[in-house]
Design a binder for this molecule. Structure first.
Ligand code: PEP
Length: 259
C-alpha cells in the first residue's frame, strides 16, 4: 500500500511571531502538494505563541499547522496548559506528543502520552507519537524492548481507526540535535519493527499508518532515508528553522543521497 509522505518541521522554542510568519510564508509560497508526482504533505510546528497568526497565514495553503504538545483535559483549572480543542480552534491538524525533550526534561511518561494522544484524536486532530531509545539502551541491546514498551503504553486502548489517524515518529534520542543521523539500515530496522508491532496488535491498518524518522535529518541524508520501504516521512528539528534547508528536505526527490 502506498502511503503519502509527510515532512514535519518542529521549531521547538525558536521564533518570535514576526520571525515565524516570515519562515511560514517562505515555506507556504514554495510548497506544492506533489514533488515529481509524489504526494508530499508538509506541516510546521511553531511555538504556542505563534500558532494563531501562522495558522491564519497558512489558510488556503497545503502546509498544515501542528503544535508541539498539549494537555489531555478539555478545559479546567490547569494553569499553563493548552487543550487539544484549543489547538483545533487555532487551526492545528497535528500535535506532537512524547518528544524525547518532553520525556527527559519535563517527565512526560508513556501514560501521559497515551492520555494526550486520545485527547488529540477526540478533538479531531492527529497525534504524532514520538518513540525512541537512548544510546545507553541501544548499546545494552534494549532498543527493541524500549520501542515496543513505548508503543504498547502510548497506544494503549487504540482501535484501528485511532491508529489510522495517528502518525508515529521514530526518533532515536542519540540522533536528535547531535548531527548523528541513524543509518538508513538502522532507521528501516526500527520502522519495520514498529509496523510489525502495529500489524500484530491492530491488523491491516498498520500498512496505512505513516511512520516518520526524526534525528538530524538534513538535505543530504533525507533521500536515503525516504528510499527505505517503511520510512514515510521525517520530523525535522534544527533543519526546519531555515526555509531553504527545510524546502530542500521537502523536495527530497531532487536532493543528492549521501548516506
Ligand atoms: C526533533 O526535535 O524532533 C529533531 C528531530 O531534531 P533535529 O532534527 O534537530 O535532530
Amino acid at each position: 500500500m502506498s502511503r503519502s509522505a509527510l515532512i514535519v518541521g518542529n521549531w521547538k522554542m525558536y521564533k518570535t511571531v514576526a520571525e515565524g510568519l516570515e519562515l511560514a510564508t517562505a515555506i507556504k509560497n514554495a510548497t506544492a502538494p506533489t514533488v515529481r508526482g509524489r504526494e508530499i504533505a508538509v506541516a510546521i510546528a511553531p511555538p504556542f505563541t505563534a500558532l494563531y497568526p501562522i495558522g491564519k497565514r497558512l489558510e488556503g495553503s497545503t502546509v498544515a499547522l501542528a503544535a508541539q504538545d498539549c494537555f489531555w483535559e478539555a478545559q479546567g483549572a490547569f494553569t499553563g496548559e493548552v487543550s487539544a480543542a484549543m489547538l483545533a480552534d487555532v487551526g492545528c491538524r497535528f500535535v506532537i506528543v512524547g518528544h524525547s525533550e518532553r520525556r527527559q526534561q519535563f517527565g512526560e511518561t508513556d501514560a501521559a502520552v497515551n492520555l494526550k494522544a486520545k485527547a488529540i484524536l477526540k478533538a479531531g486532530l492527529s497525534p504524532i507519537i514520538c518513540v525512541g531509545e537512548t544510546e545507553k539502551e541501544r548499546d545494552a541491546g534494549e532498543m527493541r524492548g524500549r520501542i515496543i514498551s513505548q508503543l504498547a503504553e502510548g497506544l494503549f486502548g487504540f482501535t484501528s481507526e485511532m491508529a489510522q489517524r495517528s502518525v508515529i515518529a521514530y526518533e532515536p534520542v542519540w540522533a536528535i540535535g547531535t548531527g548523528r543521523v541513524a543509518t538508513t539500515e538502522q532507521a528501516q530496522e526500527v520502522h519495520a519493527l514498529i509496523r510489525q508491532y502495529l500489524h500484530a496488535q491492530l491488523g491491516e491498518v498498520a500498512q496505512s499508518v505513516r511512520i516518520l524518522y526524526g534525528g538530524s535529518v538534513k538535505p543530504n541524508n533525507i533521500a536515503g532515508l525516504m528510499a527505505q520501504p517503511d520510512v514515510d516521512g521525517a520530523l525535522v528539528g534544527g533543519a526546519s528553522l531555515r526555509a531553504e534547508e527545510f524546502l530542500q528536505i521537502v523536495r527530497f526527490h531532487e536532493a543528492p543521497a549521501t548516506s
